[in-house]
Design a protein around this ligand. Structure first.
Ligand SMILES: Nc1ncnc2c1ncn2[C@@H]1O[C@H](COP(=O)(O)OP(=O)(O)O)[C@@H](O)[C@H]1O
Ligand SMILES: [Mg+2]
Length: 329
């Protein structure tokens, strides 16, 4: 089966320094690679979860797919369309919806909920026979009553703002949804509600979803596969069950063990792992995880591991992948 979405060797670069400092920096150090050769297939109807510490490139990956950041290299194909060949983004974004990381901050503060959920139709020049009915229906699908129509974003809780984000994302019945940390910053009970909503989106609408999350409940109950990112690269990808119970990459094991504390004040889900993530302009040699890896051997500092089939299924970029279930910590 041809995948709905294919990424091949995708590279995204950002300026590392600016202004006068850039003039004093050698050209090869002026830019950093936030995505460094990402290849990935997403099948139609599949929910792929992307995990990794803060700064590993998850948001950049979602933004690269729908053209919010330019590619410095590689190919992205969506339903036969070559997105790396300057497509008509307006048309593409009708079919690829984005749920942004910060639920309240991503909604224009001066618009009412009615205008916010109808905005996709305005942007795409779609005339609606009955705007009111459409707004009510979209809100209802996202679990909000009509009493929310006239509210402004600052009058919404984090969970309600998330629901408005869901209503907006589903407004144009997209094919692919990119959801960036949909449960971050929410109380555990509200996380559960959003979880149910995401589950319904999956079953009722049969949507293909790329969901950035560290929420183990999302991983367990919604995701089909997990892709693990480190410093802008995929270090392991495979079926959820396998990555949760028998990760092949030591980084995956550490991530899954560092179950993040639910923190309602955080806009991001935090993962606490031993050691610092290296800066993108100071990538370690060999396997980039080796300075933090508990099982690194001398050659890990010199040889770059490729993403290769793991004996347990999926693919892993590690010279000495774990083969058994990890011992309890
Ligand atoms: N617009 C930008 N300009 C410069 N650097 C950026 C920009 N967006 C992201 N980055 C850098 O790219 C890296 C990946 O960021 P991001 O994709 O937001 O990571 P994540 O979502 O996994 O936390 C980080 O080092 C971040 O500082
Ligand atoms: Mg992010």
């Amino acid at each position: 089966m041809t995948p709905l979405l294919t990424l091949r060797d995708v590279v995204v670069e950002f300026p590392a320094v600016s202004g006068i400092k850039a003039l004093l920096t050698p050209p090869e150090k002026r830019r950093v690679r936030a995505l460094d050769g990402v290849s990935l297939d997403v099948q139609a109807g599949e929910t792929l979860a992307v995990v990794g510490e803060s700064g590993s490139g998850k948001t950049t990956l979602a933004r690269a797919i729908n053209g919010l950041v330019p590619l410095a290299g590689g190919q992205v194909t969506f339903d036969g369309l070559a997105l790396h060949e300057r497509p008509d983004w307006h048309t593409v974004r009708r079919r690829v919806a984005m749920m942004f990381q910060d639920p309240v901050g991503s909604l224009s503060p001066r618009k009412t909920v009615r205008d916010l959920v109808l905005e996709p139709f305005v942007i795409h020049g779609i005339k609606l026979a009955d705007r009111q009915a459409k707004a009510v229906q979209l809100l209802a699908d996202a679990g909000l009553g009509p009493d929310f129509l006239n509210r402004y974003p600052h009058q919404l809780s984090g969970g309600q703002a998330r629901r408005v984000g869901v209503a907006r994302a589903l407004a144009l019945t997209p094919t692919l949804v990119l959801a960036d940390e949909p449960t971050a910053g929410l109380d555990v009970s509200v996380q559960g509600e959003i979880l149910n909503l995401m589950n319904r989106i999956k079953t009722d609408h049969g949507l293909t979803t790329l969901i950035i999350t560290h929420n183990l409940n999302i991983l367990r109950h919604i995701a089909d596969r997990i892709a693990v990112m480190y410093l802008g690269r995929i270090v392991e990808v495979g079926p959820v069950e396998r990555l949760l119970t028998a990760p092949a990459h030591p980084y995956t094991r550490a991530l899954m063990a560092a179950n993040p504390e639910p923190d309602p004040t955080a806009r991001r889900e935090r993962i606490v792992l031993k050691g610092e993530t290296p800066a993108l302009n100071a990538r370690p040699t060999g396997c980039e995880f080796h300075p933090r890896c508990p099982i690194a051997r001398p050659d890990c500092a010199t040889r770059v591991p490729l993403l290769e089939p793991a004996t347990t299924g999926g693919r892993v970029a590690c010279h000495y992948p774990l083969t058994k279930e990890p011992a309890p910590a």
